[in-house]
Design a binder for this molecule. Structure first.
Ligand code: URP
Ligand code: ZN
Ligand code: ZN
Length: 458
């Protein structure tokens, strides 16, 4: 007897779509084909007219993230419920060390904070901030513990690393086949711009964008690419906001064939710099900032050119009270946007329904590519026999205006307020558990599992 059959839906993987039924037992996909030939099931979901995707994976999520005076507002439980509403079945958060912690200490702390409190599957990226060369051996220990990815910052004074330290980390990652994640923005360019704007009393939100121009990101990526080439480490540049690096990426990724990967986020694809001119422009402060509409179009075009691999949320859940406190002083506004719930549907509506990407590309950039890069494949990332029954079902016909009132993140706003959306996420299964059914959270179905990841499939 099966647990669940999902029938009559259009099943979409990264390379093909077909009308097949899915049989689920004990959290795994055990049959794909015509359900007339499956054993009976306890429950059958008729997905006629719907699109059935591999559960989305969000590999860039901040939960309860401290930025000095401000801490983002959600817990693992709250973020994971919002994620499930948004069709996300696995999230990867960051174990950022506190002042006297080593990277491994931070990882242990984050794992224990999430344990038993998370409704979807989860993992963490390791993170080095303290620049202690004696800690570098922890890269190997982390990879052995199922954490094959390490985040490095090149800006934010309290988190950023020197090139010397990054070089040492990359050598170690290369030795153990781990993945480097870079927040790449050139701190010298940014800090000199911020100083200038403070002197000139140019402190409204648009100056946040002007202080971090596309060239600040491009310059840092260029410099890090040379280190990647030298060390032969694999690197993922997170939250790419500019197409200025297109030629550079073609060279390193495609001509030289180096293991260089690119993530962008929904807000860079759906919004443009005009948001900073709005009355609530400070609600859109994130780093890198959102640039002009040409940059947005360039990013969309980079999917077809094979230059962007994944789309994440960079979820960071501040509310308007926190954002408002330093409304007219952009350097003091907390950085980051809420998005774990909206990443998938905004990308689907703007991208798939907007004719910019195919359904198959959507499956690749929200799931299969992420699973491969993050060492979650083949359990996750694809609808196939033997994989976890992580499934996201979208009704492609429903049309509505996105509004914060209908969302479940621990904030009172969404950067996408008023955006017309085509498509609704109706069902989310996590390892066979029907967490979101007909758009409603099924509270009794807990809990997510900490996933020990393998080395990236590169
Ligand atoms: O502004 C952002 N992106 N905040 C979250 C932290 C980060 O830099 O990714
Ligand atoms: Zn970042
Ligand atoms: Zn981030």
């Amino acid at each position: 007897m099966l647990d669940t059959i999902i029938k009559n839906g259009l099943v979409v993987n990264s390379d093909s779509s077909s009308y097949v039924d899915i049989g689920i037992k004990d959290g795994k996909i055990v049959f794909i084909g015509n359900s007339d030939y499956f054993p009976e099931a306890l429950k059958t979901l008729d997905a006629t007219g719907m699109e059935v995707y591999p559960g989305m994976i969000d590999s860039h999520v901040h939960v309860n993230y401290n930025q000095g005076e401000f801490t983002s507002l959600d817990t693992f439980a709250q973020a994971s419920i919002a994620a499930a509403y948004g069709g996300t079945t696995t999230m990867i958060e960051f174990a950022i060390p506190m002042e006297n912690e080593t990277p491994l200490d931070a990882l242990e702390r984050r794992i224990s904070e999430a344990k038993g409190n998370t409704y979807i599957d989860y993992s963490f990226h390791g993170c080095f901030t303290n620049q202690n060369l004696n800690d570098i051996h922890q890269v190997k220990e982390m990879i052995q513990a199922g954490i094959p990815s390490i985040k490095m910052f090149t800006t934010y004074e309290n988190l950023m690393l020197t090139k010397e330290f990054i070089f040492a980390l990359l050598k170690e990652l290369s030795r153990h086949q781990g993945l480097a994640l870079f927040h790449a923005e050139n701190n010298s360019i940014i800090s000199s711009n911020i100083k200038k704007f403070i002197q000139n009393k140019q402190l409204t939100p648009i100056y946040h964008a002007k202080s971090r121009p596309p060239i600040a990101e491009a310059a840092e990526i260029a410099s890090l690419l040379t280190l990647i080439e030298e060390t032969e480490a694999a690197g993922l540049f997170v939250h790419l906001s500019t197409g200025k690096v297109e030629e550079l990426l073609k060279l390193y990724k495609q001509i030289k064939g180096l293991p260089v990967f690119i993530e962008t986020c929904t807000h860079y694809l759906a919004l443009d710099e005009e948001v900073y001119e709005r009355e609530n422009g400070h609600h859109y402060i994130c780093s890198p900032p959102i640039h002009d509409s040409n940059e947005k179009e360039n990013l969309w075009n980079m999917f077809d050119r094979g230059l962007i691999d994944i789309v994440s949320s960079d979820h960071c859940c501040f509310d308007t009270k926190q954002k408002d406190k330093y409304k007219d002083h952009f350097p003091s506004v907390p950085n980051g946007l809420p998005g774990i719930e909206t990443r998938g549907i905004v990308l689907y509506s703007e991208g798939v329904q907007g004719g910019k990407i195919t359904r198959e590309q959507f499956a690749a950039i929200t799931s299969e590519n992420v699973a491969k890069m993050m060492g979650l494949y083949p359990n996750k990332g694809r609808i196939m026999v033997g994989s976890d029954a992580d499934i996201t079902i979208i009704d492609p016909k429903e049309k509505y205006k996105l509004t914060a009132n209908d969302l479940h993140m621990q904030t009172d706003y969404t950067p996408f307020e008023g955006l017309m959306i085509t498509g609704k996420i109706l069902h989310t299964f996590v390892r066979g558990q029907h967490l979101i059914a007909d758009g409603k959270f099924n509270e009794s179905k807990c809990c997510g599992t900490f996933i020990k990841r393998t080395k990236p499939h590169i």
